[in-house]
Each structure stands twice: as C-alpha cells, then as structure tokens.
Design a protein around this ligand. Structure first.
Ligand code: TRP
Length: 475
C-alpha cells in the first residue's frame, strides 16, 4: 500500500498531481481503516490538504475524486495561451478532440502531461549519435515530445544499447494511413540504431473494450501483422506478438504482469484512466499487460533473462497514460523506466479537430483503398484551407495551417524544399486548392500501392516467423 504514495512535491503537471492526490486520498482511508495513530492520520490529511491547494493553484479547479483534470484545467498563466479556441482538447487512449482547426495544442499537452519537448538540440543530437540525417517526422515536429531520450543517447554513446517497443490495438482488419506513422518511424529507428524491436498486438484489449469476439480480435491481430510486416521490418531483429498467444506461452511475461498488478491500486488506475466501478475487471487490470513489454526480462528468448536493457517506446501521445503508470511502477519493482518518443495525431480528412478513425470510413484513407478511392476521398472530404472562389483565393491566399491536404503532405512528402514551396504558394494564392489536393493524391497513391504490393508478398510463413518467440540478431 505504502508503495503508491509520493510526497506531493514535484508534480509537474495537473494529471500527475491529480494522480498523487488520488493516491493520497486512498492513503488517508487506509490509515483510518487500519486505526493508525492520530499523528499519522493527521500528517496524511495535512499532506492531502496541501496537495488540494496546489491542485487548485495549478488548474484553477477543485480536486474531485474520479474526475481527472480536463485540458482546460491548465491555469492561464501556465499555458502558452494560444487564442482560447483550444480550451477543450481531450486526449486519452480512447478520445482525441479539440475545437481548434489547427489541431490539438501540443505545447499545452507537454505541460499537462509533464513530458519534454523534442527541440532542435535533441534532433541534432539524434543525428550526431545515429550518424544519419534525422527523419522528417523529427525535423517537422511530428514526433514532438519525449521522456528521457537524452538518457538513452548518453548510454548509447557509452556502448550501452537499448530496444524498441511499440504496438497496435487490432480493432478491425482495416488499417488506415495514420496507423502507419508510428511503424514507419520505428522502422527508421531500428535501422539507424541497429536494435531489437518488440511489437505488441493487444487483441485482449480490443476484446475487453469493443463488442467483438475473441476469435475476431485474434484474427485482426494476425491480419494487422501482415500490414506491419509490409512496413519493412527486419525479421532478424523483430518479434511481433499477440497478447492472446504470448501471455499464455511465456511465464516470464506473465510474472511481470503480476508484479505490476501488485504495485498499482484501483484508485491509481481510476485516476489515470477514468475507470469507474462498473468497468469490467479485465479493463482495470489491462494496463499492466501494456506495461509489461517495457521490461526486457518479459522476453527471455531475446535478452537472455537480462532485466536491465533500456526500453524506448515510440507511440502516439494518447498512449502516454499507460507509460506514466509504467514509469511510476518501474523503480519499485527493480526495473529501468522506459523512455518515450511521442507523436502528434494523424488528422481526420474532415479536419484536425479529431484524428483519423477506422470506424468512420469517410474520415480515413485505408491501406486497401484503390487509387481512384484515394482521389475521390481527398477531393470530396479533405478539409480545405482555401477560399470560396478562385478570385478570392488568388487575392487572399489559402491557410495551410488548417488545410488537411497540406497537413498530410507534411507526413508523406519527404522533400523539405518542395514542401516549403507548396506552403508558400498556397499561402500566397498562387496554388489553388484543387492543385494542392492533386499534389497530395500523386504523393499518396504510389505510397499506398507499394504498401499493397509488399503486403501481398507477405506469406503465412513470414507471419509465423515474426510471431515465433526466438533469439534476435543484434549487437
Ligand atoms: N493500446 C494501443 C492501441 O490501442 C496498442 C499498444 C500496445 C501500443 N502497446 C503499445 C501502442 C505500445 C504504442 C506503444 O492502439
């Protein structure tokens, strides 16, 4: 029980402070139930009150058990105050939305989550240590936030290697282009650092959260694995696993799950994930399963039982709650904290107010779409930052900051100079919306066609190879 209390000082974000408060409230209750001495109870209550005052100062709101802070809880003096339209950003593993057409305010999110910005200095350092030009996702701020990346690089410079962990929740057969982002970047990291990679397919998670059968979730895991393999991962350095298979096959993995479960309370996961008393117990214990791959001894075939190999997790920022929990538990069970690299969301075709969602066909470009479907969707649905008439557009120019076609080009067009020219021409009015959309269509069609070709070449035998627990080759 005493495991989960902090001193309340040093909480760097509303969410962290909220989590501390929830834990402290529980501590007070535990002491009272255990009929602890008055002095002990008073001390705990004092700390609780102090935390509540800090919380009110930081968020402008009163602390309420079971109600995690919302985005608008950041007090104005803490936020970068970007015009007020972003007051209602929602970012958690299940929901992403904002009122701002430019998308979520990511600087504010860094403050709220207490992570660090990937600044020019870090990008330069990644280039220096890897000896490779930084990936355009880094150069353009698509991966924008991190935890402990400097530490990973310090160790790497001293010949201490690390491994990568990422994942995917297989909720359907249909993957869209947004799903590729973490995998494209993870492959780049694997190539430039020459390190092993584990990929978790949380078919158990999707069964618990969605109205799907176990069989379907597992089938989606295998189908999605083919798309992941098609991203070009090196079979000698990559292990892909379904929770429904690997949990039962690996005592070491399950031991870590149980260790994590013992060190996180219901109150803590309520605070972090907003679970309620009527959520099934599978959901409540699931975060331990997403945490376990962050510890190298969950994979004895790969790391020979070593528990101290540093883990680096590239993921979209909505997955951070899982890993805040993981980093909190790690030192208490004798493991290093995983480091993280966070990406922004891939906007829906209708605009950056939400992310692309596979359950809304019109919001998404699927990896199975034909060139014609891609063209139609972009032309019909991609939100435009252009003006209503050609005359007005020529006169006033378009707004690339809210234009979805332009945003997608920042993800998929590698040439920096060409991208900058498109931005300028669109903003000046020299480039029309239809022309901008055509540039996107011409960029996306071959990328998707090549993906489909590579996916077709993935055999059942390949899938089996990637999904078999085995030693991997790395230095
Ligand atoms: N929960 C994630 C999802 O629904 C899947 C996931 C599991 C994951 N482990 C991960 C994502 C590690 C990123 C990193 O998509």
């Amino acid at each position: 029980m005493a495991d989960c209390q902090g001193d309340g000082e040093g909480a760097s974000s509303p969410v962290e402070l909220y989590e501390k408060l929830t834990a402290q409230g529980e501590q007070v209750r535990t002491l009272k139930t255990a009929k602890a001495s008055k002095a002990d109870i008073d001390a705990a209550v004092q700390l609780l009150l102090k935390l509540k005052i800090n919380y009110k100062q930081m968020t402008g709101q009163d602390y309420k058990a079971g109600c995690p802070p919302s985005e608008n809880s950041v007090a104005p003096e803490n936020g970068p105050a970007a015009g007020g339209a972003d007051d209602e950003d929602t970012v958690d593993p299940w929901n992403v939305s904002t009122n701002n057409a430019k998308g979520v305010d990511y600087d504010k999110l860094i403050l709220r989550f207490g992570s660090s910005k990937i600044d020019k200095e870090l990008v330069d350092r990644i280039e220096k240590v890897s000896g490779q030009k930084a990936h355009h996702f880094l150069r353009r701020g698509i991966f924008f936030s991190h935890r402990d990346m400097h530490q990973v690089l310090d160790a790497y410079e001293k010949q201490k290697s690390f491994y990568l962990y990422t994942g995917r929740g297989p909720s359907s057969e249909a993957m869209h282009v947004g799903h590729l982002i973490p995998f494209i970047f993870t492959k780049w990291l694997q190539d430039v650092f020459d390190i092993p990679l584990v990929i978790q397919l949380t078919d158990d998670e999707k069964y618990l959260w969605k109205d799907l059968s176990l069989e379907d979730c597992h089938r989606f895991a295998v189908e999605n694995t083919k798309d992941i393999i098609a991203c070009g991962f090196d079979v000698n350095k990559t292990f892909i696993f379904s929770d429904l298979e690997y949990m039962g096959a690996s005592p070491e993995f399950y031991r870590n799950v149980v260790k994590i479960q013992k060190h996180v309370t219901f109150n803590q996961v309520k605070g972090i994930f907003g679970f309620t008393d009527s959520d099934c117990i599978g959901k409540i214990s699931f975060p331990a399963i997403q945490a376990a791959p962050s510890f190298s001894n969950s994979f004895p075939q790969i790391f020979n039982g070593r528990k101290d190999v540093q883990c680096l997790i590239p993921c979209a920022i909505d997955q951070d709650p899982y890993f805040r929990m993981t980093r909190d538990v790690a030192p208490r069970i004798g493991y290093p904290k995983p480091a993280l690299l966070h990406s922004t969301f891939f906007p829906a075709l209708q605009g950056a107010q939400t992310k692309m969602s596979a359950s809304d066909a019109n919001s998404s470009i699927f990896l199975t779409d034909t060139p014609k479907q891609i063209k139609n969707k972009v032309n019909k649905h991609a939100f435009s930052g252009g003006k209503d008439t050609v005359e007005e557009h020529r006169k006033y120019g378009g707004n690339p900051d809210v234009d979805v076609a332009f945003m997608y080009l920042t993800f998929f067009l590698e040439d920096d100079e060409q991208l900058e020219k498109i931005r300028q021409d669109y903003a000046s009015g020299a480039l029309l919306t239809g022309e901008l959309k055509k540039l996107l269509i011409d960029t996306l069609q071959p990328i998707i066609e090549q993906h489909q070709q590579r996916r077709k070449e993935v055999t059942e035998e390949n899938v089996k190879q990637f999904m078999t627990p085995r030693p991997l080759n790395f230095n």
